[in-house]
Design a protein around this ligand. Structure first.
Ligand SMILES: [Zn+2]
Length: 306
C-alpha cells in the first residue's frame, strides 16, 4: 500500500528545552552507559558508534566534562523508527568483564548480527557496564512445536517450484486490518489484475484469517510473477509476502512474525534452495511507501536474512 513516507529525523526526536531529551516512547530504545574511571566523552563516543556532539546533545551537556558514575543516554543512530523494535520483545543485558558479543548472542539464542542491529552497533566493540538490548528470537515467540508451515508444505507439494525464476523476497503489510486471500484476490481482480491477488503469500492476523495462518495465493500455485511492487522487472522475479495489518499503527503479532520467519526459512531452504535477496517494500528503488510499516522489525529481519 502506498502513502507518503513520514520523515522522522533524529533532531526531531531530541527536544532541545525543558530537560526532556527524548520522548518517553524512546526511553526504552535508548541505550544507557554508566561512566567509569578513565572514561572521556570522546572515548565513549568512539566505542559506542556515536559522536561527542551527539552525546552532548542527547544528555544536555554544555562541555566535555563527565563524572564517574554518571549515566549517559546513548542515542540510537539512524532512523530508529525504521527498525520496528517495538514489535519484538526486548530484554536488557549489562555487559560484564570478559563478555563478547558472540557469547552474549549465543546465550540468548540470537545471532551476532541481530544483536548488533538491535543496538545499532557497527562494530564488535562493547564496554563493561554497557546496557545492551536483547531482542527475543522471533521464531521462538510461538510455542516451540507449533508448525505454521504444514498447510503451505501440503498445498505446495504438487507445485513445480521454478527455482531459477525467483531472485528476491519482498515483505509488505496490507495497511488495513481486515483481509485474507479470498477478499484481496477479489479486490485485486476488480482493480484489473487478471491473475488476482498480487502477493504470493498472506499471513493472517486473526480477523479474516487465523493469527499466523499462512495462506497461499493463486500466483504461487501457478508460479506466476507478482504484482506487488511498481517495478515490472522486479515483479517478474520477486516473491511477495504480505502480513495483514497496518504496522504504522499496530504491531505484527508474535504468531505473524513466527509464521514469517518459518516461511522465509522454508523458502530459502527446501523450497528454493538458495539465499535470495530480501527487501522491505519501501527499500526498493522508486517506491513511495512506508510499507511494511514502521513497526515491522525490518532491521532484525535483515540481520537474519541479509
Ligand atoms: Zn507493500
Amino acid at each position: 500500500m502506498h502513502s507518503t513516507r513520514r520523515q522522522f529525523t533524529r533532531s526531531a526526536l531530541i527536544a532541545s528545552a525543558g530537560g526532556i531529551l527524548l520522548p518517553p516512547s524512546l526511553w526504552a530504545q535508548a541505550i544507557t552507559y554508566k561512566v567509569k574511571k578513565g572514561d572521556t566523552l570522546g572515548k565513549i563516543a568512539l566505542h559506542l558508534n556515536t559522536s561527542t556532539s551527539e552525546l552532548q546533545r542527547a544528555n544536555n551537556l554544555n562541555s566535555d566534562l563527565i563524572q564517574v558514575g554518571q549515566k549517559l543516554i546513548i542515542p540510537a543512530s539512524g532512523d530508529t523508527n525504521q527498525a520496528g523494535y517495538n514489535s519484538i520483545a526486548m530484554s536488557t543485558y549489562i555487559v560484564v568483564k570478559g563478555d563478547t558479543l558472540g557469547q552474549i548472542a549465543q546465550r540468548h539464542g540470537i545471532s551476532v548480527n541481530e544483536l548488533k542491529a538491535a543496538n545499532n552497533l557497527s562494530r564488535d566493540l562493547i564496554l563493561v557496564g554497557q546496557n545492551l538490548r536483547i531482542p527475543a528470537n522471533a521464531a521462538r515467540q510461538t510455542t516451540p512445536k507449533e508448525d505454521l508451515m504444514a498447510k503451505v508444505r501440503a498445498e505446495t507439494a504438487r507445485t513445480k517450484i521454478q527455482r531459477d525464476k525467483w531472485q528476491r523476497i519482498v515483505v509488505h503489510h496490507s495497511a488495513i486490518k481486515y483481509g485474507n486471500v479470498e477478499k484481496y484476490d477479489a479486490a485485486h481482480r476488480l482493480r484489473g489484475m487478471q491473475n488476482g491477488l498480487a502477493y504470493h503469500f498472506l499471513i493472517g492476523n486473526g480477523i479474516d484469517a487465523g493469527d499466523g495462518e499462512i495462506e497461499i495465493g493463486p500466483r504461487w500455485q501457478k508460479q506466476q510473477p507478482g504484482g506487488h511492487v511498481k517495478n515490472h522487472l522486479i515483479n517478474q522475479t520477486a516473491i511477495g509476502i504480505c502480513l495483514i495489518g497496518n504496522f504504522e499503527k499496530t504491531h505484527p503479532s508474535k504468531k505473524q512474525l513466527a509464521a514469517f520467519t518459518q516461511l522465509m526459512d522454508w523458502l530459502r531452504g527446501p523450497a528454493l534452495g538458495k539465499k535470495v535477496n530480501f527487501s522491505g517494500h519501501r527499500e526498493l528503488k522508486g517506491e513511495q511507501t512506508v510499507c511494511p510499516g514502521k513497526n515491522f522489525p525490518l532491521a532484525l529481519m535483515h540481520a537474519r536474512y541479509g
